[in-house]
Ligand binder design. Structure first.
Ligand SMILES: [Zn+2]
Length: 379
């Protein structure tokens, strides 16, 4: 029994966090030179993908403050790729290409704010950005460098800024590349995401006529109309798609009336549909409330879906949330795949499973090889 307990203690000791550091929010100017001297730029192909992930996590890159990370990555890539810096506001996207890219590996440079101690045990690496999306970034960088060393060409990498805020980076990057396939690095827990639901924001406004609360017959209650309108919408059979599933509804906000003793003259609700058919079809269904409410479209992003990538034998999935698949799918076939459990993204214990980073590097390499057939002579 005692021996077992000692063994157990040893095990715990083994997985105990090896070290713990927290980067400064604005990045540490001394860190970049440390990294340069640590062989990353001289021979990045020799670097372990988990070690590189940790280095990327150590360089803070909260949205709007991605510059230090962008400089570091462009130095790593400049030996094997043509590296362009594309200015977006105060920051820069990094676009690294070989030949005319048929396939692009893409993820974002930025993270959400908030410090998360950088720690490591046998299974996990923790730290802000480890899961979303620096594990993907490291795996993409090293799979690309290895492929370049093997003479592959016609592929590229795009690392964009401000994905966590307004997507301004990816929107600009679309203008500079014309790939057939894009692989977006986001934590997907070993699944290849081939589609996502669309987003449709709707505001419905009901008008009434105010009157004293004691004489409702002299007024027209906007709140009652809103309730009727919402009942009709709730009763709708929302459309389904074979692959993307059900269109869903959330009545996110409701607002109506001014006081308990006044018949309300105005009431409104904002609704968000997660759509699986064209958004227009959903808007058309809302004619059922035309007699009692005005319908306004606040925003509309269509669902996107494609076929699974060739030669990749893995679980595919569709997701109900919004990713940059929306933008990339306008110009290419796009998939989302990356190491990490999305449940840890943006949390105070953000972490990524090391094994998944190593696996992701091989998946990215496989994808590069399937879509990039041309080989250059190795110098
Ligand atoms: Zn992300």
């Amino acid at each position: 029994m005692a021996d077992e307990r000692i063994e157990e203690m040893k095990k715990i000791e083994k997985v105990k966090k090896i070290n713990s550091t927290v980067p400064s929010e604005k990045g540490d100017s001394g860190m970049l030179s440390d990294l340069r001297s640590a062989n990353f730029c001289r021979d990045p192909a020799e670097v372990d993908v988990v070690v590189l992930t940790k280095k990327l996590v150590e360089i803070s890159s909260v949205s709007g403050n991605e510059s230090e990370l962008a400089v570091f990555i462009s130095e790593i890539l400049s030996r094997d790729f043509e590296v362009q810096k594309q200015r977006v506001g105060n920051a820069c996207n990094i676009i690294a290409t070989r030949g005319n890219p048929r396939i692009i590996l893409n993820t974002h440079l930025d993270t959400v704010p908030g410090k998360v101690a950088i720690t490591e045990d046998e299974m996990y690496l923790t730290g802000r950005g480890s899961c979303d999306a620096k594990g993907s970034m490291a795996a993409m960088i090293l799979s690309a460098i290895e492929s370049a060393k093997e003479g592959m060409t016609d592929f590229g990498l795009v690392f964009d800024v401000c994905e966590e805020t307004d997507f301004s980076g990816v929107k600009e990057a679309l203008a500079l590349v014309k790939p057939e396939v894009v692989v977006i690095g986001e934590p997907t827990n070993r699944e290849m995401v081939i589609g996502q639901k669309g987003l449709l924001g709707i505001k419905i406004v009901c008008k009434g006529k105010s009157a004293h609360g004691s004489t409702p017959e002299k007024g027209e209650c906007a709140n009652t109309k809103l309730v009727f309108a919402l009942q009709k919408i709730i009763a709708l059979k929302l459309p389904e798609d074979e692959r993307l599933g059900k269109t869903t509804l959330n009545i996110g906000l409701m607002n109506g009336g001014n006081a308990i003793n006044v018949i309300p003259d105005s009431a409104e609700a904002t609704l968000e549909f997660r759509t699986t058919v064209s958004n227009e079809k959903v808007v058309e269904l809302l004619v059922c409330i035309n007699d009692i409410a005005d319908v306004q479209v606040l925003f509309s992003y269509e669902a996107a879906i494609t076929d699974a990538p060739q030669n990749i034998n893995m679980q595919t999935a569709v997701v109900p949330y919004f990713t940059t698949l929306y933008f990339w799918s306008k110009i290419a076939r796009a998939f989302v795949f990356g190491p990490g459990d999305p449940a840890f993204a943006h949390t105070e214990n953000e972490r990524v499973e090391k094994k998944q980073i190593i696996e992701a590097k091989e998946v990215y390499k496989g994808l590069l090889q399937s879509y990039t057939t041309k080989k250059e002579k190795i110098k």
